[in-house]
Ligand binder design. Structure first.
Ligand code: HEM
Length: 404
């Protein structure tokens, strides 16, 4: 367990996550206060345990890449807990050795599905889906909910197509996807995760007789044994979840961010070719979740930036805070469309987001088309009225009413 830096400070005195914030564009001020104290500082997790919070860019990048960290804990019963989340709430049950082996296998299995070639082929189709969603926005009329019409369905449509999941089943699987990311109801999260995996297993079996050009058909072809299929079903469930809960928040928050800077909206509408760069700056700044950070456990003693991290300590890598570290980015709270930041929104190193190129294609197509087609778009409610979803790991906003 991290020792506190001052002998007079006890664990109870440490700032406790999640840190409150006023609106969705803000990084909670406590992250900055912590970074001013040091790039790696002890905090209390939402569960009340002690962990190292990493808010410095250089330190977060180094620790993302450090193979002495993992998601499993050598003695899980002694591990600091983060929250009630079944995803990043505590150790993942693997030992350092089984973890490395399983992780390498998982990356190898998924790499072909997300290859640059497949993503390139998908781009045109994603552009069509965006155009359809913008037609739907126009049809819904001023006062429409951009979250419901665009930000939520688009990534779900895309991941369904890539995996070979029927979009018509969305009410069932979207409910499970949301349920499994809940922070306040572990029983429901576990039940929904199991339901989603069972549903994916059913689909993989169906691909034996109805194969397609999709990831679940690849999974069916590569597995004959039932236990292999169960593992692949879990992996498919993870992808469906990732496709639901990550890109959505960046479309919502990216739109709010650009609308708060009307000159950026106008410039992008006039020159959609700027979208690639603008998306990187959105990824740097948008922090839809108020979640604690990306969890790792130290598998060895680590000395970094004057801090002694002991084997077994919990570490929370805050990409959101690192992405606003003034030692790395000039005027970090300013949106600069041409900055081309080397941000950590997709992590870094061995766990770097597998879906990063897919997410980039989706975001670029949205921000290429939306400002050009709706140059007069604006929020239909004050920004501070947008309701933050604090009950799920990935956060985001519940709805985004817009007018034009
Ligand atoms: C803008 C949207 C997205 C963001 C910001 C994002 C962010 C991240 C981050 C920070 C990680 C690293 C986690 C870690 O270090 O432990 C990660 C991993 C991952 N992401 Fe994404 N992601 C996004 C979209 C997607 C999409 C669309 C998919 C797939 C459909 C996806 C699939 C994955 C997978 C499978 C991993 C695990 C990689 C591993 O454990 O090696 N992500 N993502």
């Amino acid at each position: 367990m991290p020792t506190t830096q001052s002998t007079e400070t006890t664990a109870e005195d440490l700032p406790r996550l999640p840190f409150p914030r006023g609106d969705v564009l803000e990084l909670a001020p406590l992250y900055e206060q912590m970074r001013e104290r040091g790039p790696i500082t002890p905090v209390r997790t939402p569960a009340g345990d002690v962990a190292w919070l990493v808010t410095g860019y250089a330190e977060a990048k180094a620790l993302f890449a450090d193979t002495r960290l993992g998601r499993g804990h050598p003695n899980p019963e002694q591990a600091a807990k983060i929250s009630g989340s079944i995803i990043f709430g505590g150790p993942n049950g693997e030992t350092p050795d089984t973890e490395r082996e399983k992780h390498t296998r998982m990356r190898r299995l998924l790499a072909p599905a997300f290859s640059a070639r497949r993503m390139g082929r998908l781009r045109e189709h994603i552009a069509e889906l965006v155009a359809e969603r913008l037609d739907a926005l126009e049809a819904a009329g001023p006062g429409a909910d951009l979250h419901e019409v665009l930000s939520f369905p688009l990534p779900v449509l895309v991941i369904c197509e890539l995996l070979g999941v029927p979009f018509a089943d969305r009410e069932r699987f979207s409910g499970w996807s949301e349920g499994l990311s809940r922070l306040d109801d572990r029983e429901r999260a576990e039940r929904d995760a199991a339901q989603l995996a069972a549903y994916m297993r059913e689909l993989i079996d169906r691909k034996d007789t109805e194969p397609g050009e999709d990831v679940l058909s690849d999974f069916a072809r590569m597995s004959e044994r039932s236990e292999d299929r169960d593992g692949l079903a879990g992996l498919g469930a993870g992808l469906l979840f990732a496709g639901h809960e990550t890109t959505v928040g960046r479309i919502d928050v990216g739109t709010v961010l650009l609308l708060s800077r009307p000159e950026e909206w106008a410039a992008l509408g006039a020159d959609p070719g700027r979208a690639d760069d603008v998306v990187e700056e959105i990824l740097r700044m948008a922090q839809p979740g108020s979640n604690a950070g990306i969890l790792r456990y130290a598998h060895d003693d680590i000395d970094l930036a004057g801090t002694n991290i002991a084997a077994g300590d919990a570490i929370l890598l805050s990409a959101g805070a690192a992405n606003r570290d003034p030692r790395e980015f000039d005027d970090p709270d300013e949106f600069e469309g041409e900055r081309r930041p080397a941000h950590l929104a997709f992590g870094h190193g061995p766990y770097f987001c597998i879906g990063a190129s897919l997410a980039r294609v989706e975001l670029t197509e949205v921000f290429r088309a939306l400002p050009a087609r709706f140059p007069g778009l604006r929020l239909a409610v004050p920004r501070t009225d947008l309701e933050l979803r604090n009950d799920v790991l990935t956060g985001g906003i519940r709805s985004l009413p817009v007018t034009w």
